[in-house]
Design a protein around this ligand. Structure first.
Ligand code: UD1
Ligand code: UDP
Length: 380
């Protein structure tokens, strides 16, 4: 039996981890034993707990309860806690997802005591190191032993950074193995797509009709912390809703919720509050989110995961950032990068609302990325 130690902490990691946990339970329970460590980076019920119940993820064996804090403070407490657990549990490897501070902490803690790092969602790059996530993912990739990239672009990025395609086993941090294997988020979207509308009533609850509303999410640090950007984003939402009489539903990340009144001008803040077409709601569960994505007219987001899910469900996506790691979406023509530029956001909405025959190629695997990853972990 191989003991693997999975570290999760932020909302998208909990969701991604569901795919691997499901594969282990269904197909690899005789070979893999998973220990789950929750760092506590996200802790509100609707940012963490809700996903364990809904996605059938085993309860964490450990919760470090680090909570929020500056990058250094938050990451340092996680490193300390993860190291202690690694020394006690002595797993065969650590499994890390994506690019959050929880990912970085796991990579530092494990690599320093020579526990192989498995990085899921390796190779993605925005080429913008002012993003904390870019720093986290580069650092994690470069101490990893097995690197699983969901896209060809991610795989090629690794090669450009010096990773070799033909390394032979035994693999280690000095002789790592890179894979292009599809996306565990696609596994999840396929798996839960059928049941999402049956098991939730988010559309009825918010009086939303198929293809008659926009789904928006905003949480990126620059979009929330820089007043100019957050004002431009919300001004665009206000204008689009008002001028087109279209509803915008906005499940709001707590980071954004906390900064809205502080960073929006008082006039815009009150306009947004009074605008009945803009429905700001609490963060929703994953199945509720899928139901919203499947039924939206289009999606506007600065989230990495939501960009992709829009694509999985064949919805156009307006990317509220200056670049994306998921360049394939833009190359397909079904997503547009508009930054936090009010004029470009409105133009993109006008282009997409009437767009026909958008292309959504099969780019993210066959829904079995998690099984592929489990097999490679066993070989390691
Ligand atoms: C983190 C990740 C980001 C990811 C996002 C997913 C880093 C550096 N960033 O950003 O890559 O896209 O998670 O959602 O790891 N808060 C709450 N309740 C919670 C969690 C957070 O109120 O349960 C508030 C706190 O005020 C906190 C702020 O949100 O300070 C930011 O949380 P944090 O985890 O530091 O970063 P995110 O913006 O969530
Ligand atoms: N998500 C969710 N509820 C919400 C908003 C997002 O379940 O209210 C899901 C979404 O479907 C996706 C993941 O959270 O699977 C994306 O996480 P987030 O946008 O927080 O982070 P990112 O992907 O940008 O790191």
């Amino acid at each position: 039996m191989i003991k693997i130690l999975t570290v999760i902490g932020a909302r998208p990691q909990i969701i991604k981890a569901a795919a691997l946990s499901r594969a282990i339970t269904n197909s690899f329970s005789d070979k893999l034993k998973e220990i789950i460590v929750h760092t506590g980076q996200h802790y509100d019920t609707n940012m963490s707990e809700v996903f364990f119940d809904e996605l059938n993820i085993p309860r964490p064996d450990y919760n470090l309860n680090v909570g929020s804090g500056s990058h250094g403070k938050q990451t340092a407490s996680m490193i300390e806690g993860i190291e202690e657990i690694l020394l006690k549990e002595k797993p065969g490897c650590i499994v890390l997802y994506g690019d959050t501070n929880s990912t970085l902490a796991g990579a530092v803690a494990a690599s320093k005591i020579n526990i192989p790092v498995i990085h899921i969602e390796a190779g993605l790059r925005s080429f913008n190191k002012s993003m904390p996530e870019e720093v986290n993912r580069i650092m994690c990739d470069h101490v990893s032993t097995l690197l699983f990239s969901p896209t060809k672009t991610g795989y090629r990025n690794l090669i450009k950074e010096g990773f070799k395609e033909n390394n032979q086993a035994p693999f280690s941090a000095d002789n790592p193995k890179i894979f292009h294997c599809g996306d565990v988020m696609y596994d999840n979207s396929l798996y839960f797509s059928e049941v999402a509308e049956k098991r939730t009533n988010i559309l009825a609850k918010n009086e939303l009709k198929k293809n008659e509303f926009i789904l928006a999410t905003i949480h990126r640090n620059n979009n929330t912390d820089e007043p100019e950007r957050i004002n431009s984003l919300f001004s665009a939402l206000h204008k689009i809703a008002t001028e087109n009489k279209v509803k915008i539903v906005l499940p709001l990340h707590p980071r954004t919720a906390k900064l809205l009144s502080k960073n929006l001008s008082s006039e815009l803040y009150s306009n947004i509050k009074l605008n009945k077409l803009i429905q700001i709601i609490e963060p929703v569960s994953f199945l509720e989110m899928i139901a919203l994505e499947k039924n939206a007219l289009l999606v506007m987001t600065d989230s990495g995961g939501v960009q992709k899910e829009a694509f999985f469900f064949k919805k156009p996506c307006i990317i509220l950032r200056s670049e994306t790691e998921w360049v394939e979406l833009v190359e397909c023509g079904s997503a547009k990068i508009v930054d936090a530029d009010e004029k470009k956001i409105i133009e993109a909405f006008n282009d997409f609302r009437n767009a026909k025959n958008l292309k959504f190629a099969d780019l993210f695997g066959d829904g079995k990325a998690a099984e592929f990853i489990c097999n490679e972990i066993i070989k390691l």
